[in-house]
Design a protein around this ligand. Structure first.
Ligand SMILES: Nc1ncnc2c1ncn2[C@@H]1O[C@H](COP(=O)(O)OP(=O)(O)OP(=O)(O)O)[C@@H](O)[C@H]1O
Length: 586
């Protein structure tokens, strides 16, 4: 039997905490900050060197040493800045990678209904655009302290040059800060709205691409475009608000800086005229004042990016805080040994209502499936057949009653161990976007040999079709190379054959098979049923007549169960089903 994959039994990852993410890289971050401080320090020294050079000129001193120092400071500053940027890029990309992996792995472990409700496109937006915004927080982690440090150091030097001019500068900067903070507060709300709108647009676009055949067939491109345009318009409007707020910040900063400059020039000019201030000191002060401009800008843009990062973090956490389908103690649960005399599947008074549905899909359903043999579940559309199969594989959990597999309640199985016992062929015969070989081996604990794959493909009559693919078994399916509906169905069957599962669930497996393949399918299922429990949701009488046991469902309840002959004799809904198919080939 296949062993459960231990790696899949994981706990919920917990929310993203930016501080924890950053402290995980504290060594690298400190290194990046140190380099950035060195770069800023070297840049800060430049105006002082300018002062020295001006004094050299005025006193006719040789310039060589001071000019050389200035060059060293300029090149050193550029070099340190570049190295700091490389470090930050590394930290940022590693953080984004970790975050993306966490969200993707967690999403794959969410209940199916939750993933459907969230939408594939919206979930994809969290690992693309949200993760990108969050990644920028890393730059901010050095950008903010560095800018604050540079401003403080510059103000310190300015204070040393002239205290009165420094007071004028600080008052101007304080007014500026209040204005910028007001804009930033509004920006966070806007960023959250923007990211939600991105998710909604991505969701609708993905859904439309998935339904592209139908859209084309029904010339529904204008309808789809209209809906997409509405989402794109919502995104445009909310982004415009964010962009306007973003554009306001540099304008406010420029105005604030200019006001500070005017105030300093007026105060400094007056003192210069009175002889209270040296021309060289005033020039150096003005240069320092100019040098605060990029730092103040960096501070404001850093806070802006932080707001975007917070909004993205909240959206990522919305996903990460969703409960996975496995219980928290799933990984610690011992794998129960199958009980030798227990049935393969046992339903005891099971009821279930789908989320959002007003009526129960299953009501008080009870039945037994033996360890070997073919069990068919029949009934009209909407009777609850697929829901029944979903409960066996614990895609859904009963609202009341219990489902047992191999003698143990499905809730007592570690999820992975339970699913290792069951092979499931869904109605869509889903293939992954992966090679034919990978598709065939899904769910196997150990890789199959080529001869095993060839044997399974031969049984389902697919050997020639796969050989004809451009790279045979190693052809990537789902993009340029794809299979027909019937071929996909047989691939899914071959996968079940290769799976070693004790229980095989087949949801309408013959719907796309031609006569020859339907006959072949019957033989495969009969062979499988010799050693395993095969439960097949079937509409075709040809499948049902050969079943050892038939469960008749209607309106979410089991109305009767028995073999074909017994049911024809005593069960009116079954007889009607048989009569309705009497004209169909079987
Ligand atoms: N995801 C869902 N959300 C809400 N209701 C659902 C969902 N899936 C199924 N249902 C409802 O549950 C009931 C049983 O559905 P189910 O798919 O089990 O029927 P079925 O017998 O397999 O039908 P069919 O033969 O058409 O596949 C139906 O009334 C259906 O509308």
């Amino acid at each position: 039997m296949a062993e459960p994959h231990p790696a899949t039994a994981r706990r919920a990852p917990g929310p993203v905490r930016l501080r924890r993410e950053l402290t995980a890289e504290s060594g690298r971050l400190a290194w990046a900050l140190l380099l950035a401080v060195a770069a800023a320090g070297a840049a800060l020294a430049l105006p002082l060197l300018v002062r020295e050079i001006i004094t050299d000129f005025s006193r006719h001193r040789p310039l060589g040493a001071d000019v050389a120092l200035m060059c060293v400071a300029a090149v050193g500053s550029a070099l340190a800045q570049a190295l700091s940027g490389f470090q930050l890029a590394r930290i940022g990309e590693r953080m984004a990678y970790r975050l993306r992996m966490r969200i993707m792995e967690h999403t794959l472990r969410l209940p199916l209904a939750v993933v459907r409700a969230e939408g594939a496109g919206d979930l994809a937006a969290r690992v693309t655009s949200d993760a990108m915004l969050l990644r920028q927080v890393v730059d901010v982690a050095t950008q903010l302290p560095l800018a604050a440090l540079t401003i403080a150091a510059t103000l310190g030097i300015m204070l040393w040059i002239d205290w009165l001019l420094t007071v004028v500068t600080v008052v101007s900067l304080a007014v500026l800060t209040v204005l910028v903070l007001l804009v930033l507060r509004r920006m966070r709300v806007s960023m959250a709205g923007q990211q939600t709108a991105v998710g909604q647009l991505a969701q609708r676009f993905t859904a439309n691409l998935d339904a592209l055949t139908t859209i084309k067939a029904y010339r529904a491109e204008p309808v789809a475009s209209r809906a997409l345009a509405a989402d794109a318009e919502r995104l445009r409007a909310v982004s415009l608000e964010g962009t306007r707020l973003g554009a306001l910040i540099p304008a406010v900063l420029t105005l604030g800086n200019q006001l500070a400059m005017i105030a300093v020039i007026l105060t400094g000019g007056t003192r210069l005229a009175r002889g209270d201030l040296q021309a060289a000191a005033f020039a150096a002060f003005l240069l320092y004042l100019l040098q605060t401009v990029p730092s103040v800008n960096a501070l404001a843009s850093g806070f802006g990016r932080l707001q975007a990062g917070f909004a993205a973090r909240d959206r990522c956490n919305d996903v990460l805080l969703m409960r996975p389908e496995a219980d928290p103690d799933d990984a610690d649960r011992p794998v129960p040994p199958p009980l030798p005399d227990a049935p393969a599947v046992l339903f005891r008074s099971v009821s279930y209502t789908h989320t959002g549905a007003t009526e129960a899909a299953l009501r008080d359903v009870s039945f037994t499936v033996e360890r070997t043999g073919l069990t068919a579940i029949v009934g009209p559309s909407g009777a609850g057949k697929t829901t029944t199969l979903a409960l066996v594989d614990r895609f859904l959990r009963p609202a009341s009653g219990s489902v047992e597999v191999l003698g143990h309640d499905v809730r007592d199985w570690p999820l992975d161990a339970l699913r290792a016992r069951i092979a499931y062929v869904d109605q869509a015969f889903t293939l992954l976007e992966a090679t034919a070989r990978e598709n065939l081996q899904l769910g196997r604990a150990r890789p199959a040999r080529d001869s095993e794959l060839a044997a399974a493909l031969a049984v389902v009559g697919l050997a020639d079709d796969i050989t004809r693919l451009p790279q045979g078994l190693d052809t990537l399916l789902g993009r340029e190379s794809d299979l027909s509906g019937g071929q996909r169905q047989r691939m899914a069957l071959a996968r079940a054959l290769l799976s070693d599962a004790d229980i095989v669930l087949l949801d309408e497996p013959t719907s796309q098979l031609d006569g020859i393949n339907e006959q072949r399918f019957r033989t495969i299922v009969e062979d499988l049923a010799l050693t395993r429990a095969v439960i097949v949701v079937a509409h075709r009488l040809s499948t049902v007549r050969h079943a050892d046991h038939v469960i008749v469902m209607s309106g979410g309840a089991v109305v009767d169960a028995g073999n074909h002959t017994t049911l024809v004799a005593r069960c009116t809904p079954y007889r009607e089903l048989v009569t309705s198919q009497a004209t169909l080939p079987h």
